[in-house]
Design a protein around this ligand. Structure first.
Ligand SMILES: *Cc1c(COP(=O)(O)O)cnc(C)c1O
Length: 377
């Protein structure tokens, strides 16, 4: 059986967890391993970083930092995970869904301005499959209309747009370390804070509304409750699992890209025969091999392909049901303009098995099965 995903495990994962437990004797948050992970990201990304319990929580923190209030409007694509919207709905915002681009499945930057009203407070680009949105244009629009840009870069670690890491371009960015992502701690994430003035409040929100972070740095002699907040810090055991992956982050990224490129090479002939479509990477973008997807001609063919691969012990899966067609999506938001691609393209998309431990022979087996499926079609 070739599963769709296998959570990343690298050597030293268990060693570091054991160290957290037996050497440092500390399991709660903000110990040695959280600090090492944070430093690694801050050095790499050049922004302030706070490790969180999930990307969902990082997005919730961003919504709080952007001071989203009931009645505010937030613009995002409908082709995304529920958390992108939930974080803002929790603050009472209305979601304005904008159509995606057919080529990258990312928000269509040319349609954003049409969705802006006096209530609009933020734009939330989602970098699908670790392929960057058209950030120059998005930042320009945000500047002109005084809006926050909060990047849902859950899938975007190591990927870049015009040489800048995804998640570091807007005011805030969020990564996920869920077990399905390129780097993982089971459940976890982080928020990237690009402007210094938000760092202080970010630390307070994350520590139940207290200035405990300042206290531990010795900047204040006691800590107390000074703002609203929640508990957004992960356990040291989770950070210890993530740390060794960061030590070989480049190697992991290169491996994924190699696997991604092999899929692409093997399936090119089917695209040339116009049987399937392959992903498109704009020249401004350096991606991270997070997802390898193909698009079938229609939804019926997709269902048949997924079933066919299942018979050969290959687990392929579809992805998001567009949020504006869901119960909560209808309640908390609406689509602005025409849904030209969101629904149609999401119905054609199939994700193929993709994980660090996947082998070249397995990819050749998967692609051979796909070619077999299309033989008579
Ligand atoms: C995975 C994912 C999330 C949620 O990440 P968690 O860490 O599970 O909260 C949010 N947005 C997108 C686009 C994702 O892919």
């Amino acid at each position: 059986m070739i599963p769709f995903n296998e959570p990343l495990y690298v050597e030293k994962g268990l060693t570091y967890i054991t160290e957290a437990i037996l050497k440092y004797r500390r399991l709660n948050g903000d110990g040695v391993f959280t600090e090492r992970c944070t430093n690694w990201f801050e050095k790499k990304c050049g922004t302030k970083v706070l490790l969180t319990t999930s990307c969902t929580h990082a997005l919730e923190m961003a919504a709080l930092l952007a001071d989203i209030q009931p009645g505010d409007e937030v613009i995002m694509p409908a082709f995304t995970f529920v958390s992108t919207a939930d974080a803002f709905v929790l603050r009472g915002a209305r979601i304005k869904f904008v159509d995606i681009r057919k080529d990258t499945m990312n928000i269509d930057e040319t349609l954003i301005e049409n969705a802006i009203t006096n209530q609009t407070k933020a734009i939330v680009p989602v970098h699908y499959a670790g392929v960057g949105c058209e950030m120059d244009r998005i930042m320009e629009i945000a500047k002109q209309h005084h809006l926050f840009v909060i990047e849902d870069a859950a899938q975007g670690m190591m990927a870049a747009y015009k040489g800048r890491y995804l998640g570091t371009i807007g005011e805030f960015g969020a990564y996920s370390f869920h077990e399905t992502k390129n780097y993982t701690m089971g459940e976890g994430g982080l928020i990237l804070i690009n402007q210094k003035e938000y760092v202080h409040r970010g630390e307070i929100l994350r520590e139940k509304g207290t200035n405990r972070a300042q206290f531990f740095r010795g900047e204040v002699d006691k800590y107390s409750w000074i703002d609203l907040g929640s508990s957004y810090l992960p356990s040291e055991m989770n950070a210890a699992y993530l740390m060794p992956q960061l030590e070989i982050a480049e190697e992991i990224n290169e491996r994924r890209l190699k696997l991604w490129n092999l899929y692409y090479e093997e399936l090119k002939e089917l695209e040339e025969k116009e049987k399937i479509s392959l992903p498109y990477i704009p020249k401004e973008c350096k991606h991270n091999g997070h997802i390898f997807y193909i698009k079938t001609r229609n939804q019926k063919e997709r269902t048949e392909l997924i079933q066919f691969l299942g018979q050969y012990d290959i687990k392929a899966v579809f992805h998001y049901i567009p949020l504006h067609t869901s119960i909560a999506g209808c309640k908390f938001g609406e689509f602005v303009g025409r849904d030209k691609y969101t629904t149609e393209e999401s119905r054609r998309l199939v994700r193929l098995p993709m994980y660090y431990a996947l082998k070249e022979e397995e990819i050749k087996y998967v692609t051979a099965c796909i070619k077999k499926f299309y033989e008579k079609r």
